[in-house]
Design a protein around this ligand. Sequence first.
Ligand SMILES: [Zn+2]
Length: 344
Amino acid sequence: MTDRSLTDDECWSIALAKDRRFDGRFLTGVHSTGIYCRPSCPARPPKRENVRFYASCAEAEAAGLKACKRCAPGQQSNEEAAVLAAIDEIRHAEDSAPTLDELAQLTGYSPAHFQRLFKRSTGLSPAAYARALREERARDALSGEGSVTGAIYQAGYGAPSRFYESSKGKLGMAPSAWANGGRGVTIRWAVVATSLGDMLVAATDKGVCRLSFAEGERELARRFPHAELIQGGAGFETLLAEVVASVEQPGDFAHIPLDVKGTAFQEACWKALREIPPGETRTYAQIAAAAGNARAVRAAGSANARNNVAVLIPCHRVIRTGGDLGGYAYGLDIKRELLRREGQ
Ligand SMILES: [Zn+2]
């Protein structure tokens, strides 16, 4: 039940959003009232200072908390059990992923009903989940020892060419920097003056892991408390120059490698953002649809808000239905200026 890839800050924003896709992945303990809840509990949000996160009911109860009667975190519903069984089946499939019909049969639902159930709880269809899992495994295997082809077969692809096809235009993602607060990872960083203000650029040896405005080493250290932070460096300067150029003269920056990590659905949203041509904009609904779940408009909004690499994952290209600019983490002036430059 534990999910070590989520930081406390992430758990907190998930709990505020009452995002039921994270039910079962952690528990929210409220120490002022002495209860613990699912992330999606409909009760009024507690104060942040009273909240602590737990990996399991046993852990929360060991801390003296009781299960909430409203959201009943100790009880797994039949639907949850069905989704977990399907995930287990997909994860352990030997060569090809189980079909929707097979999963429906396994769990006792009709295929259409099960597809909806699975999507509501994971944000993805079973087929998209299997695909995301395969890509994740391929990335992990590639970063280790062994031949590329071996890694591809290990991850369950029928033939090497399919891997290259499906990784085209992918974010250069490796889970390491964003897992465990960056433990064991070296991050090089700099703050540079740009026409949009001071810009923080940070990168691991895999790619840019943070691009933001009006932030410095302190904010970076908060995001990666266990990483080794080094200012500047020879290899880093080249990447930095490319990043600055892509901010000052918007163009094609798809070649700049990124090191980011989110849920499968967030990553699908970020990929969809990278596919918006410069000079064009999309709505949250369009991003949700492009990421494979047209109804997850709010989740697409929160994926946008959790983007760690501004500009290069162009969340500024998302506006409200009707043309209103919407919000931007670094202020509307920067968003407006980026869109103006790209529109030229
Ligand atoms: Zn509750």
